[in-house]
Design a protein around this ligand. Structure first.
Ligand code: ATP
Ligand code: MG
Length: 454
């Protein structure tokens, strides 16, 4: 159970958060709540990031106004969530999440079941292993802070006096650059195994260290990550790998044992090979990170290809050597791999289709000179298939040569579609034109920029 303590209130002149760093929409929302007599805080990751001098991804607000009251105050409000009602405020280019302070899981409910508290519905439900299945009871600001995952994620910025409120030593952990769960790490990781992945993500992306005792617990509980819902794990995977820190994050996933649990096929492939396999993977992820930093968010299928492609290509090659035609061999390797992965991580069908096509296109991209390049360039996922050449270029000489050829082609007049005879291009004319515009937009990556050099 998380023990509460006197919160530390840090006045405006003793912390570095300025209102200029806060999104104007968030600021106006906080003011309106305050002016209507409600408590209103910025909470969660945005306070952490502002204190670290980073630009927050999003601004979350917590208040004592209940969802109905929030809805009456804001015309752009939509209430969402069945498990816990919260408000989304829709602005032109931003959606703000405004949630009512939430309560902790009371100990008497820790074994499961539903109760009524003060006439409010309490729906804290845990499964027999202690994983929280549902919780939606309103609480105090302190309870709201203490139910969060890590001390550095539980800080609040109070619009009433511009102070920072620290309920559980988050500021001190932030100063020491430590990730520490609120309360007992084993309990908190058991309640929600995804918190282990979040710890690794923040460590990798924010240059923080997982507090040593927490790290030990995390490593011992890593195999339990498979208890989290596979669809949620897919969403978490995207956050892990598509935010510019895939390489450090993968290192932590591997050393904690999380990657072995999440991606058993990849783990077997790495364990069975030499150091060059790991190096190839790390090189791919580094390139993915460079793409992210150049403001081009890689497609999810490209990241899957960067992570799983080398193993799949090896397996396909082995099948091919046994006489299976190349495309069929790749298809079989992908099917087997994705089937096993579905036990832990659900990759949506549309994305796994793209992954298959990116890998299937590789043999055609490698053929030098390529046959009917315009037809290839009109294929769906051509842009990402060329980006895969870029991602793998450092460790594959063959891919470097193919990449150079295709980069030149994309920039040539033929690459813009002007000299391509229509009859040589399969599919409808309209469709061809639409697709052919993709390389120019989306393979800006392979064409462009020193940051993107393999
Ligand atoms: P990011 O920069 O990736 O958005 P974040 O910390 O803001 O990081 P969010 O997923 O946006 O992460 O969550 C917002 C806040 O909600 C977190 O800072 C944390 O306080 C709380 N939170 C999110 N996920 C959990 C969880 N699994 N358990 C407990 N608290 C959580
Ligand atoms: Mg956030």
């Amino acid at each position: 159970m998380v023990r509460s303590m006197q919160p530390r209130i840090v006045p405006r002149n003793e912390h570095g958060i300025s209102r200029k760093q806060i999104s104007p929409n968030a600021l106006r929302t906080l003011y309106r709540l305050r002016d209507n007599g409600f408590t209103a805080y910025l909470v969660g990751g945005c306070v952490r990031d502002l204190l670290m001098g980073r630009t927050p991804k999003d601004f979350d607000i917590a208040t004592n106004a209940v969802p109905g009251q929030i809805k009456r105050l804001f015309r752009n409000c939509r209430l969402i969530g069945r498990r816990f009602r919260l408000a989304h405020l829709h602005f032109q280019d931003e959606v703000l999440e405004v949630s009512t302070f939430r309560a902790l899981v009371p100990p008497e409910e820790a074994e499961g079941g539903e109760t009524e508290l003060d006439g409010r519905h309490s729906r804290h439900v845990k499964d027999e292993d202690g994983m929280v299945l549902r919780d939606n009871v309103f609480g105090t600001p302190e309870e709201d802070a203490l139910r969060r995952d890590f001390t550095i994620n539980a800080l609040a910025y109070n619009i009433a006096d511009f102070s920072v409120i620290d309920y559980c030593n988050g500021l001190s952990d932030l100063e020491q650059r430590l990730i520490r769960p609120i309360g007992d790490p084993a309990v908190r990781f058991t309640e929600d195994p995804v918190r282990m992945i979040r710890a690794v993500r923040f460590a990798g992306s924010h240059g923080l260290t997982i507090e040593p005792a927490t790290w030990e617990v995390l490593c011992s509980l890593a195999p339990t990550i498979t208890r989290a819902a596979p669809a949620r794990l897919y969403e978490e995977m995207l956050k892990l790998f598509l935010l510019g820190a895939a390489r450090p994050v993968f290192g932590l996933l591997a050393s904690s044992g999380l990657s072995a649990a999440l991606f058993p096929g990849l783990h077997r492939w790495l364990a069975a090979g030499g150091a060059d396999r790991l190096m190839a993977l790390e090189s791919n992820l580094e390139c993915l990170d460079r793409l992210c930093r150049s403001a081009l968010t890689p497609a999810p299928a490209l990241f899957l290809a960067a992570l799983f492609g080398p193993g799949l290509e090896e397996e396909a090659l082995a099948r091919h050597r046994e006489g299976v035609p190349h495309q069929q061999a790749m298809d079989a390797a992908c099917s087997r791999f994705l089937e096993e992965l579905a036990g832990t991580v659900t990759v949506p069908g549309r994305i796994s289709g793209q992954l298959r096509r990116i890998l299937a296109l590789q043999s055609s991209l490698h053929r030098m000179p390529p046959r009917r390049p315009a037809a290839l360039a009109a294929r769906p996922d051509f842009a990402d298939a060329v980006a895969y050449l870029l991602v793998t270029a450092k460790t594959h000489q063959e891919n470097r040569e193919a990449l150079a050829w295709w980069q030149a082609y994309i920039q040539s007049p033929a690459g813009t579609g002007t000299e391509v005879p229509a009859e040589k291009v399969p599919g409808k004319k309209r469709q061809r034109r639409r697709r052919r515009s993709r390389p120019a937009d989306q393979t800006a990556a392979p064409e462009d920029g020193a940051a993107l050099e393999p």
